[in-house]
Design a protein around this ligand. Sequence first.
Ligand code: NAD
Length: 428
Amino acid sequence: MGDSLFADASIRLENAIQHTSLSDDALERLKYPKSALKVSVPVRMDDGSLKIFPGYRVRHDDTRGPTKGGIRFHPNVSIDEVQSLAFWMTFKCAVLDLPYGGGKGGVTVNPKELSPMELERLSRGYIRGIADFIGPDRDIPAPDVYTNARIMGWMMDEFSEIQRSIQPAVITGKPLSMGGSRGRETATAMGAFHVIQTVMKRDRKEPKETTVAIQGFGNAGSILAGLLFDEGYRIVAVSDSRGAVYREEGLHIPSVRQVKNSTRELKAVYCKGSVCEAEEHETISNEELLELDVDIIVPAALENQITGENASRIKARDIYEVANGPTTSEADAILADSGKRVFPDILTNAGGVTVSYFEWVQNREGWYWTESMVNERLRDRMIEETEKVLAVAGEKEIPLRTAAYVHALRRIETATEDRGTRRYFSGR
Ligand code: NAD
């Protein structure tokens, strides 16, 4: 996956470069990661044996500030994958005008095979391995696939032990009790919600006339489903790894969430008067969900879901990428030809890293914001940058993904120029 991800990421950069006046200096910098570290993490297992897990941390570009990006625990983690994800983060942070460059880290491990204590030893061992590489002004990790607030707490604690001082700003996505931010759990979904609402207002469309299908009912997908439902959207299908439920009249999302949380099963739920009941529902596959005749689809599960194979069967006009990398570049071209709009991951799911930035600011200020302060600032930032990306797309008549990259590249280029470039040194 790493190679194809990186190849795809590079195609997107090339598409965008044609629409910018990017200097050779800026481009040359972006082609290579600034630094990459490989470590071996020794873990004493519960049975007394010793196992070594490979770990990585990559800092792609720090022209705009310290690098920022998650830590992934997954069997497929490789240096190529981590490097691609770090590259993506450089652009995501620039789209939202966060004062960061892009970074990413990971350990090649199946965390489901570890006991909680082995997982803690692995998390602390990884931080001991990369401690000289990270820091509040250098590189700030966060959660990613199969890492969570508790793991971030262990990691912050380990780094603080090494530094002999409490260092909450070294990592974000921590538990509230250890300097986490209010609103972090809901941030990704809320960010996506504001992107959708901004576009709907511009198109003068009403939520109650808009049908939505959401792939993935986890943290991001299920919270977004709730926000859209409360606003009056008709959510006709949602799915998890086992399949999708469909109800043409719309699902009652709060009850679906309740059923899913209590039984781990997705059930179609409807409400009549004040009574909500689970009903015999139509079950469809995840592939069918993406091809439903709805106004909006939201991939919120995995990468590579809309590809050259199924892109021509997508009927929805608008695709909002809450997952990272759900659409391949081959699919992008097919969708653009058929007039579909893809709201790219580097904008749509950037609410998470934006509230991570707020967390870092709060840690450094030592003053903690209320949930409404966090949500208001998130909303303002998401609306402002969505409007800018829409403006670039309109002005240059280019797809939204390319527009988001152009918007990010302009900011990266300004920072590169301000450090002095060939143009500057040759007096031209
Ligand atoms: P999660 O683990 O909470 O949820 C993932 C959901 O996807 C689960 O409901 C799971 O059942 C479902 N799923 C797994 N395989 C599937 C399949 N084959 N088809 C359909 N559904 C499937 O994860 P999350 O935090 O909600 O993240 C989802 C996506 O959003 C990921 O791509 C992640 O990188 C991206 N994202 C999340 C955040 C965040 O803050 N949570 C931030 C940025 C991007």
